[in-house]
Write a protein that binds this ligand. Structure first.
Ligand code: CS2
Length: 462
């Protein structure tokens, strides 16, 4: 029989040794609206807000899913409480209390607008994944994206994150309230700059010059680098949490012990330093290092590892050839693209990949390759070509992705990717290189790189 459900009233049943919220939850006030409260948000930013609540009460979170009711159904009955498992040699468990409201925007839009136009809200954060920014490869707002096209027709009932943000800001301005600060927390280079540009282009496309000018002048967007390896929740975690904590949690989350949030300085969010965030004048250097080294290596292990039958990151790292390849790529091909001494950082990342307590499936990382690879591998590749550095190793994850897509299609397994429909029809390097959503034209036409991709493709298993 499973133990009773996790709720505030039952916290006194929690087993000894489990960390509980170290503040008065009733006194906490919602000052943050977060879009996309999936496992990563709850393992990362919500943990920082939980730390922060010990210092000040106005950082509780209203967690907003755009369409899917899953998080609200799981956490609503738990009054937002959930368990975070930290996986190092000995796992530790902590009940996180920073989420004070869980909303599904499509179902209760007025509640979301009320939060966005609340005088108490001072910060909006987001983990909506790369595709949630609705950008063209050149970094403009994709006005042909179905959700954006819909939101431009009907701005009062948005579907996209951008649409919600702009309509929320419009209502805030109409109410005479000051703007909030916006912190995107997804793995895109210059995420703050990209989001600002998309928001301004959207406001302009709505035909509202005053609103556009107000956003341009008043709303502070800051780039952030987020890092913590967060394997998806599975039934084994649910069972382990029930046993260790003594209560049933419908959706616990897990991550490694390492956690990092680097926030570009110069906004109200600077106070998050009190919770352990790093406030930095130049966040781009952190972003580039993390995206190219950690995420680039992750995607390489994912596609190359899956092709040779591995299932998890630590399994792929146990393959001496694959591990040596990834390390050489990091040290010799990616590190030279960074303006810093990356040796210790690389050693640290490789150690994290080997953490035996983390079961991180390669297929989770393989999702959304068309969205991830441009930031993780292709930016480094274009720079390498421009400066005459080698691109042979950097071509391998791209060729492995092509082989991976072809294999899944052949096996009749659906690909998780916004371009899945198009990808399923592709065969051979040339067909993939025509995807201009993924490959910048200049890169796709580069003979040196094309040759490297073909060579890698031919050497990889089908
Ligand atoms: C991973 C990331 O799923 C993926 O694509 O590469 O989620 C990675 O684990 C995080 O960015 C680590 O901070």
């Amino acid at each position: 029989m499973s133990p009773p459900r996790l709720t505030p009233a039952r916290l006194d049943l929690v087993r000894p040794g489990i960390t509980l919220p170290a503040y008065d939850r009733q006194a906490a006030r919602i000052g943050v609206v977060h879009f996309g409260p999936g496992a990563f948000h709850r393992a990362h930013q919500a943990w920082y807000f939980d730390e922060m609540l010990a210092h000040r009460p106005d950082v509780a979170v209203s967690a907003v899913s755009l369409k899917s009711p899953g998080v609200r159904e799981a956490l609503g009955p738990q009054d937002g409480l959930y368990v975070l498992a930290e996986r190092e040699a000995q796992p530790t468990f902590r009940v996180i209390g920073s989420i004070r409201e869980v909303l599904t925007a499509a179902q209760t839009p007025d509640a979301v607008f009320a939060r966005l136009a609340s005088p108490e809200v001072w910060l909006v954060t987001a983990t909506v994944t790369e595709k949630g920014y609705c950008l063209t490869p050149g970094g403009d707002l994709d006005e042909t994206h179905p959700d954006i096209a819909y939101d431009l027709e009907r701005p009062d009932t948005p579907a996209s994150f951008i649409g919600w943000l702009v309509e929320g800001l419009a209502r805030r301005r109409a109410a005479g309230l000051p703007a909030f600060t916006v912190l995107p927390c997804d793995n895109l280079s210059d995420n703050g700059g990209r989001l600002r540009r998309a928001v301004l282009q959207f406001a302009e496309a709505r035909g509202e010059a005053d609103l556009t000018a107000w956003i341009a002048g008043e709303v502070i967007f800051r780039s952030t680098m987020v890092d913590s390896i967060t394997p998806a929740t599975d039934d084994a975690l649910r069972a382990e949490v029930a046993q260790a904590v003594g209560l049933t949690d419908a959706w616990p989350v897990q991550r490694e012990g390492f956690v990092q949030w680097v926030i570009e300085a110069g906004s109200a969010a600077d106070v998050l330093a009190q919770a352990g965030a790093t406030i930095a004048a130049d966040v781009a250097a952190f972003e580039r290092a993390k995206l190219r080294l950690l995420n680039g290596a992750h995607s390489t292990l994912a596609y190359a590892g899956l092709l040779q039958g591995c299932e998890t990151v630590s399994e792929a790292m146990a393959d001496p050839e694959l591990a040596a390849f990834v390390e050489a790529m990091m040290r010799q091909d990616i590190a030279p693209s960074l303006d810093l001494e990356a040796g210790d950082y690389i050693a640290g990342v490789l150690k994290r990949f080997r953490n035996p307590a983390i079961v991180h499936t390669l297929s989770q990382i393989a999702w959304d390759g068309s969205q991830k690879l441009p930031f993780r591998i292709l930016e480094t590749t274009s720079e390498a070509l421009a400066t005459g550095r080698p691109v042979d190793r950097l071509a391998v994850p791209i060729a492995a992705w092509m082989r991976f897509v072809e294999r899944r299609t052949r096996e009749g397994v659906a690909i998780v990717d916004p371009l899945a429909g198009r990808l399923a029809g592709l065969h051979g390097v040339d067909a993939f290189l025509e995807l201009d959503e993924v490959f910048p034209r200049e890169l796709a036409g580069d003979a040196r790189w094309q040759a490297a991709v073909r060579k890698a493709y031919n050497a990889l298993p089908q």
